[in-house]
Design a protein around this ligand. Structure first.
Ligand code: ADP
Length: 367
């Protein structure tokens, strides 16, 4: 029987609650004791009432709820060695011997760090007299299982992250609404969508809403005078009878010199060069709000169940895994590799090797 802590960390994402529910209920079904850790890594650092055993009924109704009911936070203290050492002590005090982390790239990086440093923290706590030798021997390693809760769909090792589908759904609904008013007035709209350094949401929103032009970080415009080519494309659509123009821009969009491309700038171009009545809509947090779509409930549930199985299968040599989904199958892969692979996309963009960035996103990620 294991005592399994569960936390959600970093940016919230729809589908985190269904995932927490699955972890709690699967743990109980498999004779383990699940523990909520509230407010992400902050709860680990604070301990006390922020760590509480979870009961079956505590997660009733979680399938339909957006956000994360156990809270999330950006925790500065956990970035420091001292904060992580306190976290180790709090986990041991509560008898927790496995941890499930649902979060983005940053949260999983933190989780992997905690796992790697764990033995050294335990030794230090013993040296400082904060735990006995017997306890130190009992808690020689911590099994951590990660799941990617992120609307950005920006992590390697999984085709879809928990929350991305719901966010895309919300973007499509919002753009549809914008388009009906745009059409009435023959307006142009520049819509900025989230995704940080990943263009997945913007790309899929553009395909799904029939956008005329798209800007994503992985594929900046190939020419310096992209403004002229954008105007030409938009004008061709209008000449062919379209009453609206829609440009979708990812929040992390850049030109080929890595300068940001902002929605307001695009608007100015459309107003001055084409004379279009142009408005900007920055969708913002509406994208991460509201109830999870079916797919995120399903994905969170399947992955949450697999997280418990992965913990029960593990032995002391098993590296901490991240649970993903590739080609419709739930997968388990080393967390370290997933994080490294994700980091390579950012490095390729920084090096202006956009071809590699695209290849990495589309092959390693199967996207
Ligand atoms: P996300 O998980 O959505 O990418 P963040 O990047 O903000 O969000 O990370 C969430 C939290 O994870 C941070 O507030 C911090 O507590 C922890 N974290 C992130 N990166 C690291 C790191 N390199 N080392 C230790 N902890 C980290």
């Amino acid at each position: 029987q294991k005592n399994i802590g569960i936390l959600t960390s970093g940016g919230d994402a729809q589908g985190m609650n269904p995932c927490v529910r699955a972890v709690v209920r699967m743990a109980i079904a498999r004779n383990c004791r699940p523990f909520f850790i509230y407010e992400g890594y902050q709860g680990l650092v604070d301990g006390g009432s922020k760590i509480k055993e979870a009961k079956w009924s505590d997660v009733s109704g979680f399938l339909a709820l957006g956000g994360t009911m156990i809270g999330t936070a950006r925790c500065k203290a956990f970035r420091e060695l001292e904060g992580r050492r306190t976290s180790v002590l709090n986990l041991i005090k509560n008898g927790i011997d496995a941890l499930v982390v649902i979060g983005g790239d940053g949260s999983l990086t933190g989780a992997d760090r905690l796992r790697a440093e764990w033995p050294e923290h335990v030794l230090a706590l013993e040296r400082e007299g904060l735990i006995s030798k017997e306890t130190a021997d009992k808690y020689r390693a911590l099994m951590i299982v990660g799941m990617v809760g992120s609307i950005d769909n920006d992590l390697a090792s999984t085709d879809m992250t928990i929350g991305a589908c719901s966010a895309l759904e919300r973007i499509c609904e919002s753009v549809d609404a914008i388009l009906s008013t745009a059409m009435s007035h023959q307006r142009a709209f520049v819509v900025e969508v989230m995704g940080r350094h990943c263009g997945w949401l913007a790309l899929n929103a553009a395909i799904s809403t029939g956008a005329d032009y798209l800007f994503i970080p992985e594929a900046p415009p190939s020419k310096d005078d992209w403004e002229a080519s954008m105007c030409k494309t938009l004008k061709a659509s209008r000449d062919a009878g379209k009453r609206t123009s829609l440009v979708i821009v990812a929040e992390g969009a850049i030109d080929r010199h890595l300068n940001p491309i902002k929605a307001e700038y695009i608007k100015d171009i459309l107003c001055t060069r084409l004379g279009y009545d142009t408005r900007v809509t920055i969708l913002g947090h509406v994208q991460r709000g509201g109830a999870p779509a079916h797919f995120d409930r399903f994905l969170g549930t399947m992955q949450g169940a697999e997280a418990i199985e992965a913990i029960l299968r593990a032995n002391s040599d098993t590296p901490s895994p991240v649970i993903g989904m590739l080609e419709n199958k739930i997968t388990t892969q080393p967390m370290k590799e997933a994080i490294e692979l994700t980091g390579q996309v950012a490095l390729a963009i920084e090096a202006k090797d956009f071809e590699r960035a695209i290849t990495l996103r589309s092959s390693a990620f199967s996207k």
